[in-house]
Ligand binder design. Structure first.
Ligand code: IMP
Ligand code: MG
Length: 174
């Protein structure tokens, strides 16, 4: 695949407007809390960079590296932590920042894992949600965009580990 095979689905201006709104909403909700942002690597790094700068509240930023076994374009639900958080989250108000929730299998695993560490609260913020593909329901508190069942690329999301640096959300034209 080449970058020229990509068609824009969500452009940069629309992304930035929506992220500013999410930033305001989250800043309001966490004004009296102890916010710990947890970005899921690798896909969330671009979104987290923009979302965190749209916040007016204090927060810490940490990352959790996950890889799911199997094909690069579908989730098996068998998830491995490749790099753990660098600090405990016990008693903190954790907001998991994810690029996309597709089947929900990755997030289900993650929520179960993080719950055992006893955060004070635990919520999810995802840039994209594909409800048509849901296999397990997970509570999503903040959603950037709900999208159709299309494989999307860019703004952190990869195709075979490439194109994460494309500055918009695109999909492959066939
Ligand atoms: P889930 O476990 O099926 O919800 O999948 C979650 C993970 O699959 C995401 O964090 C992405 O890494 C990957 N993924 C799912 N859909 C897409 C897509 O359309 N483009 C790129 N990666 C995706
Ligand atoms: Mg991926």
């Amino acid at each position: 695949m080449k970058r020229s095979d990509l068609e824009v689905l969500i452009d940069q201006a629309v992304l930035h407007r929506r992220i500013a709104e999410l930033g305001e909403e989250i800043s309001h909700d966490y004004r009296d809390k102890d916010l710990a942002l947890v970005g899921i690597l690798k896909g969330s790094f671009v979104f987290l960079a923009d979302l965190s700068r749209a916040l007016s509240v204090e927060c810490t930023i940490d990352f959790l590296g996950l890889s799911s076994y199997g094909s690069s374009t579908t989730s098996s639900g068998v998830v491995q932590i490749t790099s753990d958080l660098s600090a405990p989250i016990e008693g903190r108000d954790v907001l998991v920042v994810e690029d996309i929730i597709d089947t929900g299998l990755t997030m289900r695993y993650l929520l179960d894992n993080l719950t055992t560490r006893h955060p004070r609260s635990l919520r999810i913020c995802t840039l994209l949600h594909k409800p048509a593909r849901t296999k397990v329901e997970v509570p999503i508190h903040y959603t950037g965009f709900t999208i159709e069942d299309k494989f999307v690329i860019g703004y952190g999301l990869d195709y075979d580990n490439r194109f994460r640096n494309v500055p918009y959300i695109g999909h492959k034209v066939t």
